[in-house]
Structures are given as C-alpha cells and as structure tokens.
Design a protein. Structure first.
Length: 310
C-alpha cells in the first residue's frame, strides 16, 4: 500500500456524532476509527421512486456519524472506491452496490479535497456492461469521478504475508491509491452464505481467484489483513436473500434501508449476517476474521448510536 502521510492524529472518535458542529482532524493513514455508524431508513416505504435519494442520504448520514469524509480524505489524495460490480445486474436486483451509495461517496471525497476519485472492480462478467447496467458508471460520472476498467494483465505479484496467501496478483491502481474505500453490497452467497466487506476485497486481485474457494475464509482473512481497511461502507439498502451472488429474480430481494460505515470489517460483516437472518458466529468467514484479530463480532459495542434517517 502507499506510504503513510504525516498527518495530525487525535485519538478518540465518538460514535454517533452525526451532528458534530466542527470537523474532526484527519486520521493518519495507519489509524482507523474504532466506531461503527449505522444509518437506518425511517421514512416512507422505500420503492423505486425514492430509493435513489434514500441511498444517498443514508450514506451521507453514516459518514457524518464518523466525523465526515474529511477524517479519511486529505487534500490532494488519490481515492479508489471499490464497489461490488461483479455481475451484469440492475440496482433493483441487489447483486451490485447501489449506484447512489457510490455516487455520494465520490461527491463527499471530492468535497473533502481529493485530487482524483477513481471507481472500479474486477467483475465476473464483461466490465463495461456491468458498469453500465449497475447504474454505477452514470452515478460516478454525475458526481465527478472516473470509472476505470481494470486490466488483469497489469496486475503486480506482491507479498501479502498471509498464512494462506504468501503472495498474489494485485491491481496496481489500487496499490497506488492513498485511500481505498471498500463499498460492498450485502447479499447471500452460495459458498460463504454471506458476502459483504471481507469478500468484496476479492475484486482488488487478479489471478485464479477460483482457487480461493478451497480455503475461502483463510484467503479472505489474508487479503483483508493486507488491505488494512480504513473505511468500509456497506450497502444494505436492498439485500439479496437467496441465489447469490449473482441473483436475478426480484423475488429474492428484500428492502432493508440500511447503510453502515466504519473500519471494522468483522463488525460490519456480523451486522450483515444478522440483516440476512443469520447468526454471525456461525459464519465461517466472520469467525476466522475475528480469530485473526481483524475486528470484533460484537458490532453493537462499536455502534454508539444508530441514526434514523427520513
């Protein structure tokens, strides 16, 4: 990852500080807040007509609760936003990150002083199609960011230092970013049962990713530890309950109206498991991440307050 900048660091971040009257200092590149912000929609029932506005509003309020994007993005920073755009699916099908969650993060990053905000994934299907169908390409362009199609031929083999993954091919654009914002959609997965923050990091690598499926939990622990998460924003506005990760049927989709943000991927994945009706401690990836010291399954201990958004 890129070298740490010399930035002012102040310990202590009060969870639930959505209405802070003054900005908090920028976090150093090796420091992440141990707080979790959970924004839940409490307004009128969510449907196609108001989902876009709600997704953006939830994202904005979740970030405000962490002290604002200015806590993570410094003047002149190069930001990489990593949504889940793995499949050629529309936003309503809940197999990809909601475009207005991504668009809001682009806007907030630029307002915080980012030099550039680039967005991209390593999809399982043709990238330009998935970018367009997901609605993310249009949302990013409208917010002033840049969509990037990643070329696996440009991957660098780097030392990950993991117990299972000693080294692997990683996209250089992501390695060179000052901040990677991990923006998964919460959904069912046929192998791991859930996919959220940890599994979304599979999109930062090339190579034969199917080999990871033999020891998926161990591989996800290694890539998450390598990425050293500083900011993850989990989209649970709509969730795919069955037939993931690709989905396709609207009958498999449930509206949850939640966006959660923080640095603790284990806490976020535990929250995600509960939103899918599962027990976090029974999810192999969550257990493995907690055992490796990557975070806490007790997300309630980090979420000082939930934010009702309407």
């Amino acid at each position: 990852m890129s070298p740490c900048s010399r930035r002012e660091f102040l310990k202590g971040l009060a969870a639930g500080s959505a209405l802070a009257l003054r900005p908090l200092p920028l976090l150093a590149a090796d420091e992440a807040p141990r707080a979790l912000a959970i924004a839940r929609w409490q307004g009128e029932a969510l449907g196609e007509a108001n989902m876009a506005a709600a997704a953006g509003r939830l994202t904005e309020r979740a970030m405000a609760a962490l002290g604002g994007m200015g806590r993570f993005v410094g003047k002149g920073d190069r930001i990489w936003i990593k949504p889940n755009i793995g499949w050629n699916r529309s936003p309503a099908q809940a197999a990809t990150t909601h475009p207005d969650v991504v668009g809001m993060l682009v806007r907030l990053s630029l307002e915080a002083g980012a030099k550039s905000v680039r967005v991209g994934d390593h999809p399982c299907q043709e990238p330009r199609q998935t970018y367009a169908t997901s609605g993310i390409a249009a949302a990013v362009a409208a917010a002033g960011g840049e969509m990037v199609t990643l070329d696996p031929a440009r991957c660098r083999r780097v030392a990950l230092g993991g117990a299972r993954l000693k080294e692997w091919e990683v996209f250089p654009e992501i390695l060179e970013a000052d901040l990677v914002i991990n923006v998964p959609v919460l959904k069912h997965h046929g192998l791991s049962r859930t996919t959220a923050c940890m599994k979304n990091y599979m999109g930062v690598v090339g190579g034969n990713r199917s080999a990871w499926h033999q020891e998926l939990a161990a591989c996800l622990v290694d890539i998450t530890a390598f990425m050293k998460p500083r900011l993850c924003v989990m989209d649970a506005t709509r969730v795919l309950l069955r037939h993931g990760p690709q989905g396709g049927s609207l009958e498999d989709v449930a509206v949850k109206g939640v966006v959660a943000a923080g640095a603790d991927t284990i806490a976020l994945d535990a929250l995600g498991a509960e939103l899918l009706g599962l027990v976090p401690a029974e999810q192999e990836t969550v257990r493995a991440g907690a055992a490796a010291g990557l975070g806490s399954m007790d997300y309630r201990a980090l979420a000082g307050a939930e934010i009702a958004v309407s």
